[in-house]
Design a protein around this ligand. Structure first.
Ligand code: NDP
Ligand code: 8X3
Length: 256
C-alpha cells in the first residue's frame, strides 16, 4: 500500500511553484502532481523530477482561470492520484505598476481571475475530498503585498489581501476537521514575477532585485515543506517571509 502524501502544485512551471515541486519531490513520502499551462515546461520538469525525485510524479495541464477545464483535469485523476493531501495554490501574477486611476482593465481582470478566482476554483475542487477524508493541507501563496498597499500595487495588493481573507475564511470553515490551512506571504523573491509584471521588460525587472539579496523560490519552498511536515496538531496559519533589508512591501534598504 502506498502511504505517500499526494501534493498538487499550481503554477509549477516557474519560480516558487517549480521550487516547491523540486523540494517535495526530493523528500521521501511525497508524490507530486505538477500543474501549469505550458505542456513543454511541464514535460521537462516531470522528466527532471523522475530523474532525481523520490516518489511518483504526474502532470495536469490547465489554466486555473478555466473552471471547466480545471474541473475535468481534477476529475481525470486515476484513483491512486485522486486523494490529494496537500494543495499548494501558487499560480498567480502581478501585471503593471500603474496608479490605480490609470491601470489596464485587462491586467486587472487577469490578476483577479488568476489570483482570486483561480485559487478559489482549486480550493472548491480539492477541499471537499479533504473534508470527507478528514485530512489534508491547503497552502496558499499570498504575499507581503496583501498586508498593505504600495505605490502602483493597488489591484495586485488587493488580490493578495483577498488571498489572506480567503485563507482565514477556509481555516474557519474546516476547523471541525483535521484539515490545515496556511498562508505563506513572501516578500521579494527573484523569479519570473517581475518579468511578467513589466510585460517582458527584463531590464526593468532586473532593477527590482538590485542592491539587495532577494529570496529564492527555494527559500519559500522550505517554508511550505516545514508547514506540511509540522506535527499533525500544529497548524502553521500564516508566515511572512522577507528578504533581509526588506522591512515591508515598500521599505527596502538597497546597498546602491
Ligand atoms: P513566476 O512568474 O516565476 O511563476 C508564476 C507561475 O504561475 C508560473 O508557473 C505561471 O505559469 C503560473 N500561472 C500564472 N497564471 C496562471 C494561470 N492562469 N493558470 C495556471 N498557471 C498560471 O512567479 P512566482 O513564482 O514569483 O509567483 C508564484 C506565486 O508567488 C504568485 O502567486 C505570486 O503572486 C506569489 N508571490 C511572488 C513573489 C515574488 O516576489 N516573486 C512574492 C510574493 C508572492 P505561466 O508561465 O504559464 O504564466
Ligand atoms: C510579490 C512581492 O512586494 O513585489 O508579491 O508585491 S511584491
Amino acid at each position: 500500500m502506498n502511504t505517500s502524501k499526494i501534493v498538487l502544485i499550481t503554477g509549477a512551471t516557474s519560480g516558487i511553484g517549480r521550487a516547491c515541486a523540486m523540494k517535495f519531490a526530493s523528500q521521501p513520502g511525497y508524490d507530486v502532481i505538477i500543474t501549469g499551462r505550458k505542456p513543454e515546461l511541464l514535460a521537462d520538469l516531470e522528466a527532471e523530477l523522475k530523474k532525481c525525485g523520490k516518489g511518483r510524479v504526474t502532470t495536469l495541464c490547465f489554466d486555473v482561470r478555466e473552471r471547466g477545464v480545471a474541473f475535468e483535469a481534477i476529475a481525470s485523476l486515476p484513483a491512486d492520484w485522486a486523494e490529494i493531501d496537500v494543495l499548494i495554490n501558487n499560480a498567480g501574477l502581478a501585471l503593471g505598476l500603474e496608479p490605480e486611476y490609470d491601470g489596464s482593465y485587462l491586467d486587472w481582470d487577469t490578476m483577479i481571475d488568476t489570483n482570486i478566482k483561480g485559487l478559489l476554483t482549486m480550493t472548491r475542487l480539492v477541499v471537499p475530498g479533504m473534508v470527507e477524508r478528514n485530512r489534508g493541507h491547503v497552502i496558499n501563496i499570498g504575499s507581503v503585498a496583501g498586508d498593505a498597499a504600495y505605490a502602483g500595487g493597488n489591484v495586485y495588493c488587493a488580490t493578495k489581501a483577498a488571498v489572506k481573507t480567503l485563507t482565514d475564511g477556509l481555516r474557519i470553515d474546516v476547523a471541525h476537521t483535521a484539515v490545515r490551512v496556511t498562508n505563506i506571504k513572501p516578500g521579494l523573491v527573484e523569479t519570473n514575477f517581475s518579468n511578467t509584471r513589466f510585460h517582458g521588460d527584463n531590464a526593468r525587472a532586473d532593477k527590482v532585485y538590485q542592491g539587495i539579496e532577494p529570496l529564492t523560490g527555494d527559500d519559500i519552498a522550505d517554508v511550505a515543506l516545514y508547514a506540511a511536515q509540522a506535527p499533525a496538531h500544529v497548524q502553521i496559519a500564516e508566515v511572512l517571509v522577507l528578504a533581509t533589508h526588506q522591512a515591508s512591501g515598500s521599505v527596502i534598504h538597497r546597498n546602491s
